[in-house]
Design a binder for this molecule. Structure first.
Ligand SMILES: Nc1ncnc2c1ncn2[C@@H]1O[C@H](COP(=O)(O)OP(=O)(O)O)[C@@H](O)[C@H]1O
Ligand SMILES: [Mg+2]
Length: 272
């Protein structure tokens, strides 16, 4: 799984803003990924003052390396400023004609946010049905363990698309490493516990000794090898977007959190 780097010419047309577009000017656009037809895609612009873009890239590459489902195409795309209506002030102030944005293919699947959050659907019984499905899905335990590893503090149910029965797809890794505002200093304590929204949504079942043992097993079996497989691509992007102390801190953070001692501490397990 690679992340493409697309030039301004690949950004064909702006379609519409997302309902809560925010300072990232999130929107849908038509994009040419370099082969085949034009595609509809989601695009968001992260200010250079935070690590949102590098977080998206890192989370996407690691998820793919673990074999978790992510959008089939992902890219950093140079978005022409003139194409985006209501461009936020921070973006207008940047020099140049275009701004790098995070772009993923529209996977045309609903996120779990709506069915799990509205009263109407609650009354229809969809909420308990979907929560039970999430609790039982093996894939969900893998996702919770993944988010614990990368310190993703934003896996609310809007960042999980349901692509079929017990089949989910991960989007939005803007807030890994504890959030967009991380620095080499905030990653120093590599064994700090972080909030995990998906685990919280499935509590108390997600916190039983049995479930914790499953999470620990997943971390032990898969995180180290996934990091090894993704390392070259990660470094490639990190060289473009991070300075040396940041790269070293990010690498150590991810690496330390795959170690047996940290996994045991994280899941309150006795060492093997
Ligand atoms: N690749 C995608 N395929 C389908 N839907 C998507 C995709 N990316 C984003 N979305 C939809 O857009 C919403 C917002 O996108 P997201 O990346 O989570 O941005 P934000 O940072 O605003 O939360 C998601 O909750 C989801 O419904
Ligand atoms: Mg989101």
């Amino acid at each position: 799984m690679t992340i493409q780097l697309l030039s301004e010419g690949a950004y064909r047309s702006y379609l519409e803003p997302l309902p809560d577009a925010g300072i990232e000017a999130s929107h849908r656009a038509r994009v040419w990924f370099g082969d085949g037809p034009l595609h509809e895609a989601y695009v968001k612009l992260y200010p250079e003052t935070n690590h949102g873009l590098v977080n998206e890239i890192t989370g996407h590459l690691l998820a793919a390396s673990l074999g978790l489902r992510v959008p089939e195409r992902a890219a950093v795309i140079f978005v022409p400023k003139r194409s985006v209506p209501d461009l936020p002030a921070w973006a207008q102030a940047l020099p140049g004609h275009s701004i790098p944005g995070w772009c993923t293919l529209d996977m045309m699947a609903p996120s779990l946010h709506f069915p799990l959050s509205t009263e109407t659907h609650g009354r229809l019984g969809l909420r308990p049905f979907l929560l039970e499905e999430l609790r039982q899905a093996d894939e969900v335990a893998r996702i919770i363990a993944f988010d614990d590893w990368i310190a993703n503090v934003d896996r609310h149910l809007g960042n999980l698309l349901r692509v079929g029965k017990r089949r989910y797809l991960l989007i939005d890794h803007g807030q890994i490493f504890g959030g967009t505002g991380w620095s080499a200093a905030t990653l120093l304590g590599t064994n700090i516990p972080y909030r995990n929204d998906l685990s919280d949504a499935l509590a108390p079942e997600s916190q039983t000794p049995g479930y914790r043992a499953r999470l620990a097993q997943e971390a032990r079996d898969n995180h180290g090898p996934a990091l090894t497989r993704a390392r070259a691509s990660l470094l490639d992007w990190w060289m473009k977007l991070l300075d040396e102390p940041q790269r070293a801190a990010a690498a150590k953070f991810l690496d330390d959190r795959t170690h047996e001692s940290q996994i045991c501490e994280r899941y309150q397990m006795l060492p093997l």
